[in-house]
Design a binder for this molecule. Structure first.
Ligand code: AMP
Length: 280
């Protein structure tokens, strides 16, 4: 597997593939790869002839008090994992390549970015949107692969791709979880063994909440009880919300697709997770 670090080399490699008539799938990541990322590489390999991964820890999507400086970086191991996973090319640009001197443009992803994660992380989704649009325009892939782990991000990217007529098909992959249910995340590496044990209470509570909602139990009461449960499990709760799966508006209508979304903090680590609600 080759690695390129500049837009110029990236485009030269892509041109060769295009000249051979190969379809291209892009899997954007921030590195510190795990099985969740690799499931997206797998998905791409099933759908497109060529698979391109990007690794870029995007400064624009981190708030001033967030973990940009200490975000886990493991480029060598990541290269090995990608090569073993059958990835064809890695694009790993430096920040100066993505945001050269004088860079001034920002994508405003609109109302979907104002709620939930957007409310707790102001500017986060503008940073995500800007870098994803850049990556899509740099590579013009047939398909781009994103995980349901970042459900709100996924909806925002779908919206942007549609609104800006970007000729890429957005493909989603299910959340890959550890044996105790915790969604895999590069940030799980920050957890102490004690916190890691505690963290399993998040998916457990989400699943219990989802079951009760699917059974038709009163939504507000179920959410209230489970917010308390999360706090009792030792988390600082940012939100536990039931939302329309397409618009993220609050919903009480389980006849339509709905999503349960949560964010909690344990020690310095913020965990997010979500589940589809399937009414029995
Ligand atoms: P990140 O490196 O955290 O920016 O994630 C890169 C891509 O991998 C995003 O599309 C994420 O939604 C996806 N991803 C991260 N964790 C998981 C997971 N546990 N299961 C599935 N996809 C994931």
């Amino acid at each position: 597997m080759n690695t390129v670090t500049t837009v110029r080399d990236l485009r030269a490699a892509l041109l060769k593939w295009r000249e051979s008539g190969d379809t291209v799938g892009l899997v954007p990541t921030m590195g510190a790869l795990h099985k969740g990322h690799l499931s997206l590489i797998d998905a791409s390999r099933r759908v497109t002839k060529r698979t391109l991964a990007s690794i870029f820890v995007n400064p624009m999507q981190f708030g001033p008090h967030e973990d940009l400086a200490k975000y886990p970086r493991a480029l060598e191991v990541d290269c090995d994992l990608l090569a073993a996973g059958g990835c064809d090319l890695l694009y790993a640009p430096a920040a100066s390549e993505v945001y050269p001197e004088g860079f001034a443009t920002k994508i405003d992803p609109g109302p979907l970015a104002a709620v939930l994660e957007g409310a707790f992380r102001p500017g986060h989704f503008a940073g995500v949107a800007t870098v994803v649009v850049k990556l899509l325009l740099q590579t013009m892939p047939d398909c781009a692969f994103f995980g349901e782990k970042d459900y709100q991000q996924l909806l925002i990217i779908r919206r942007i791709v549609r609104d800006l007529n970007i000729p890429t098909h957005v493909v989603t992959g299910p959340i890959v979880r550890d044996t105790d249910g915790l969604a895999l995340s590069s940030r799980n590496a920050y957890l102490t063994p004690e916190q890691r044990k505690q963290a399993a209470a998040l998916p457990k509570t989400l699943t219990e909440t989802a079951v009760r909602l699917a059974e038709g139990q009163p939504i507000d009461a179920v959410l209230k009880e489970n917010r308390v449960k999360l706090s009792e499990a030792g988390f600082k709760l940012d939100y536990l919300e039931l939302r329309d799966a397409g618009t993220l508006a609050p919903t009480h209508d389980l006849a339509l697709p709905a999503r349960l979304l949560a964010a909690v903090r344990v020690g310095p680590v913020r965990l997010i997770d979500n589940l589809a609600i399937n009414k029995a």
